[in-house]
Design a protein around this ligand. Sequence first.
Ligand SMILES: NC(=O)c1ccc[n+]([C@@H]2O[C@H](COP(=O)([O-])OP(=O)(O)OC[C@H]3O[C@@H](n4cnc5c(N)ncnc54)[C@H](OP(=O)(O)O)[C@@H]3O)[C@@H](O)[C@H]2O)c1
Length: 312
Amino acid sequence: MQAIYYEQFGGVEVLKTGQLDIPEVKEGEVLVKIKSAAINPVDASVRLGLLKTFLPYQFPVIPGWDVAGVVEERGFSARRFKAGDEVYAYARRPVVHFGTFAEYIVLPESYLALKPINLSFEEASGIPLVGLTAYQCLYVAGNLQEGQTVLILGASGGVGTMGIQLAKAKGARVIGVASEKNNAYMKTLGADGTLDYKGENISETVKKMVPGGVDLIFDCASGETLQQSLKALKPSGKLVSILNHGENLDKNINFQYVFVEPDATQLTHMSQLADEGKLKVHVSRQYRLDNAVEAFEQIETHHTTGKIVIIP
Ligand SMILES: NC(=O)c1ccc[n+]([C@@H]2O[C@H](COP(=O)([O-])OP(=O)(O)OC[C@H]3O[C@@H](n4cnc5c(N)ncnc54)[C@H](OP(=O)(O)O)[C@@H]3O)[C@@H](O)[C@H]2O)c1
């Protein structure tokens, strides 16, 4: 199969395009023909070797953890899906080795959920990693409830756009923070209020919108933006971050760091939300597999709007 791969950690120059063997389909696994794979900032972090002490790896590494595709074959005892089923998955396995920037991937069937019927493969591939991240931060760690207010930092990128929509699906009020050019975009996704992280004192502006402070801060940006936002959290509120592990935070803040985990039940719920029109994916750019370097360069700007995908 054609694949993007690398045999050492480093910059985009380590990326190669070539033919690799399709992995063997073992017990409980399925072979998925990949129709679309989304790229995420973490794919660049893994390629740079930044997660090598945390995630075991085996070269050659095929990058990519997001996939939408079609079940082509199933191994012994894999019976949840049949050939031809349209599925999607967050494909991070315990060892970083086979990813989704290829024509095929083999995954345990427990990773897969049926893809939303109303979304294209390109759109569906943009949900798993960022959707699960937002789901696990807002619904699980943040226990967001109807009528509460959440402040989302970095709300126009992959995770943030899922965050706005999942919070609205819960009946919460959302204030989104991104650069000025994305404020109108965040409103189209349902944000009730928006802020530009470059031009405003975030806490003061949020306090004008919600005098008592917000119930939840969902931090997808960290750094100065997070520090500027902390005063907007009500004393009983919670901070959930996907970047900050607790550095430079007041010990009195109710805080949790989340690292996203595969979860097919949550993916199935997001399929339903997408089919009800409550979860949309804006694919801002598409790349062919042999242009994966450009996709990496774009995601490494950390200013991607919506999602970008790679088509084999
Ligand atoms: N722990 C986990 O499990 C987990 C899971 C997923 C992602 N992450 C991490 O979370 C981060 C966001 O992921 P993503 O996929 O959403 O990235 P992305 O698609 O690149 O989006 C980045 C977002 O951050 C905004 N942004 C950039 N600089 C900012 C600043 N100084 N203040 C506020 N917002 C800023 C961008 O808005 P503008 O374009 O308007 O500047 C954009 O909305 C990445 O670093 C990623 O590695 C962690």
